[in-house]
Design a protein around this ligand. Sequence first.
Ligand code: SAM
Ligand code: SF4
Length: 497
Amino acid sequence: MKTELKNWIDNVIKEDQITKYQDDESLDFINDENIEQKISANAGVDKSRIRDIISKSLDIQTLSPDETSALLNVKDPELWDEMENAAGQIKRKVYDNRIVTFAPLYLSTTCVNRCAYCGLRSDNNVIHRGVLTLEQVREETEILAGKIGHKRLIVVYGEHPESDTDYMAKTLETIYSVKVKTRNGEGTIRRVNVNGAPLSIENFKKMHEIGIGTYQIFQETYHRETYRRVHPQNTIKGNYRWRLYAMHRALDAGIDDVGIGALFGLYDWRFEVMGLLYHAIELEKRFGIGPHTISFPRLEPAENTPFIQNSSYRVNDEDMRKIITVLRLAVPYTGMILTARENAKMRKELIPLGITQTDASSKIGLGAYNDQNEKNQVGKRQQFILGDTRSLDEVVRELAEMGYITSFCTAGYRCGRTGKCIMDLLRSGAEGRFCKLNAVITFREWLDDFASSATKEVGERVIESEIKEIKETMPKVFETFFSQYQKTLKGERDLYF
Ligand code: SAM
Ligand code: SF4
């Protein structure tokens, strides 16, 4: 390895930015033995106790580790039905019938780490790699914002000096600066969430200043031994704790919205659900803010990555339902992200269990949105293989047919409804009021600027019923709302409450 690269790698981790969050140097908020013990101690809890736990979730209260492990151990199919029903109810109570959509945008695929499950690991020689220039970032954004109609992106980076914090900052600035003329208005990206390697507090501060949306990173596995096995120890990612305290550093740096996740399929799914819960509880306790979102990607096949087929912990469809249901019940206020890793049929089945966000028209190859030749988008250009490559238009139409309104709203973050403020609003149900109004206005924009005629037809029915509901349930704000709605119809853009 070149000395320069080695020096860069050696200087990423700041030990004092790990130890400052540990109450006791040898202890973290994740205690493997304790998690295993909770799972085995809470088996066979009786029906009435399980029903009490479900009611606590319905009151939008975070469950305790004992309560969550009791749910994870349920065997009775009738109780699972009740839990699934409750999960859907919680979603409606906190987030109504809104689903937020976004697209992933891969900006760099060079990486110094060697995660056993990832197509982008540095020793995978078959992968096409690169770092987008700012001009290419602009071109990709123009398609996403101007042709497809996304307002929200999650940008993804490998960990490498070529995609360091300065590069991240410049790419965010570039994305926010893009404006494209659309059918009736203007297309822009209004919220950029980031999925990139854990940073130091100083670097998180730089990202915060640029105007990052959610900072998202997955612990992959909370189970230490598995973590060690899949992340070689002489790599940056091999440091479990640097990653475990990434959200602490982000929150300390002023980034209010953080997204946690685990890659399901590396270790026992029940353990990972508990890990996510302990992470949420730790953030709530220390910062007064739980995770803005939780992600639960399943391991997908990747080019030249035999580890995946050999993993004995891969999660089947039935257990995937259970993961989502228990997470929805355990952390009722949080956003829950389902990605296009899942195929179209699975997504349709899983969304009613409490999903709040999903991606669409996703491409994960470098420069893929601007690539005219679909055939180029093969495994060698991607981190893993996607399960659902339907267009945003198709996904919006299906959601509308299922009774959901796709929200393109990004107002919360731009008018300070983030962090603790948004958590309190979500728990009380008040956030729903702003969000409903903004969902209708942004959906109107999208239908007029981007929808096909088939999608517009179904979308109009959704809008009509939403407007009726606003009139009936929010008479005081209806007039103001309706005037903004009329302005949007005439082509004004980006109006929000
Ligand atoms: N490089 C950064 C990191 O590792 O945190 C951020 C980007 S990484 C490309 C995004 C996420 O993709 C990882 O956190 C991991 O959970 C997920 N991932 C990696 N390989 C995968 C696979 N084979 N199937 C599904 N998800 C995968
Ligand atoms: Fe690199 Fe992230 Fe892939 Fe690991 S998961 S090899 S850190 S891109």
